[in-house]
Design a protein. Structure first.
Length: 452
């Protein structure tokens, strides 16, 4: 202690003239010295803290740690009062035996830097938000979201596919985002400034699909335009043709499509001239094409031609961890579209949204949110704003928000029994998980008239 005080006395004049704040504590963490810059930086009056323990004055300080361990700590960021400082803290050791006799902390005020950093983070967030808004206004690049591992795999395959010209087959249930992925492949590749044309092969009548795809010459059939018409392949020249629901393509037309993919040229219906084309084809289906191949409903050669890169898109119920992300994204998107504030979701309603299985996948989620937003008139989506079927499906028949409707106790009980019977399909198991005797379960099933 004496040695330390003597050391300080001999260099005090220097310490008081440096720009950085300096604190010196003895081996018990008692403050022996603070320089003038300390008062300026921390706003703590030097005379009030001299002789006090560091942990009383600055509980977050690492000085006691350094004294205890005898190891220096460099670049430590701490908050003192309302200021941020960055410190280097070094133990002071007895020259002879190496015993720790105190510690010295030299620190710089980085409050302005921290404020600028916070502003920068806010600005970055704003830029991201605006660029998201802008891209949906311009309508070309749809943001594609999903943190789920299978979705990440799909995105990385899509990114690889974007840089090569191979055919892509996207497999997934309806509404899972197959078209979004096809568009992503197009937007990330060299064809991005050329057309992206999507066609639903299942939605066009069989007899029209061929002329829609390949176009027709004048007078090709009754009712055809006298000038003829280029088909979707020609319209997509240089770009991408997305053939959705490829499993619904009539078998005879599959041969023609295969030829186009092999020869890279088309002949319009009723024509003879070959038209050379550079079109990338991305196909999608929600059907089991391999099974269709076995059943001779889909041509094997076309299947292999399309299936060069296969991307699987999982149904939404297999990536429920992403639901909060999608909900927030769609509420933002809908709020912009409907020119309204983004609504909040009451916690009971949120539980129901997170629990539901969405057989219609992301499209169904989007529709539910859109309808709820239209019904809702106070920027808070509650259970009442959700569709009836979703409420009925939910085991969460209780409500914890003051705004929500409270159910009767018997409703909760009935729903829980129905749900357990649906999940376990076995009365003994259902009684066990509900924690009631089997006889009670039988009585309640009868009482509530539950069909099982
Ligand atoms: N990953 C995603 N990120 C953002 N939006 C998505 C995503 N996936 C799907 N969507 C949105 O969900 C809706 C349905 O997506 P999309 O049309 O791509 O599905 P699909 O699988 O092609 O459906 P279908 O087979 O019925 O044609 C669209 O409004 C789309 O914007």
């Amino acid at each position: 202690m004496k040695i330390l005080s003597e050391m300080i006395n001999s260099i005090e004049i220097i310490l008081n003239h440096v720009h950085e704040g300096i604190v010196i504590a003895d081996k018990d963490g008692k403050i022996l010295y603070v320089n003038e810059a300390n008062e300026r930086i921390t706003g703590l009056e030097n005379k009030k803290i001299l002789g006090k323990y560091v942990r009383e004055v600055a509980p977050d300080s690492s000085i006691p740690d350094v004294i205890n361990t005898g190891r220096e700590k460099l670049g430590v960021k701490t908050r003192v009062n309302d200021r941020y400082v960055i410190s280097n803290i070094v133990p002071i050791k007895n020259k002879g035996c190496g015993e720790v006799i105190g510690a010295i902390s030299v620190f710089l005020d980085i409050t302005e830097l921290e404020n600028l950093n916070a502003k920068l983070i806010k600005a970055e967030e704003k830029i991201n938000r605006l660029s998201l808004q802008l891209s949906s206004f311009i309508g070309n690049e749809e943001p594609i979201i999903g943190k789920n591992a299978k979705m990440q795999k799909a995105f990385s395959l899509a990114l690889k596919a974007a840089n090569i010209n191979s055919n892509v087959l996207i497999i997934g249930e309806s509404g899972t985002g197959k078209e979004v992925i096809a568009k992503f492949i197009h937007d990330k590749g060299v064809r991005k400034h050329k057309p992206f044309i999507a066609v639903n092969c299942g939605a066009i009548p069989e007899n029209l699909l061929e002329s829609e795809l390949f176009g027709y010459e004048a007078g090709a059939f009754t009712g055809a335009s006298s000038k003829g018409k280029p088909g979707l392949f020609e319209q997509a020249e240089g770009g991408t043709l997305f053939l959705d629901e490829i499993g619904d393509m009539p078998y005879p037309l599959q041969v023609k499509l295969l030829r186009v993919l092999q020869e890279k040229e088309i002949i319009r219906v009723g024509g003879t001239q070959k038209i050379r084309l550079d079109v990338r084809v991305i196909a999608a289906t929600n059907k089991d094409l391999e099974m269709m191949v076995k059943e001779k409903k889909f041509r094997e050669d076309l299947y292999y031609r399309l299936n060069v890169i296969k991307i699987d898109v999982p149904p939404l119920k297999e990536r429920k961890e992403d639901l909060p992300l999608y909900i927030s994204y769609f509420l933002n998107r809908l709020a912009r579209r409907l020119d309204r504030a983004k609504p909040k979701i009451a916690s009971a309603a949120m539980k129901m949204l997170l629990n539901y299985d969405y057989p219609g996948n992301i499209r169904e989620l989007e529709n539910i949110l859109e309808k709820s937003m239209i019904i809702d008139d106070d920027d808070l989506i509650t259970v009442e704003d959700l569709p009836e079927y979703l409420i009925k499906e939910s085991p969460y028949q209780y409500y914890d928000s003051a705004k929500d409707r409270w159910p009767k106790l018997f409703e909760v009980e009935r729903n829980l029994i129905e749900e357990s019977l649906k999940v376990f399909k076995n009365k003994s198991k259902a009684a066990q998980v509900l924690g009631i005797p089997r006889s009670t379960l039988y009585r309640k099933i009868k009482e509530y008239g539950i069909n099982c």
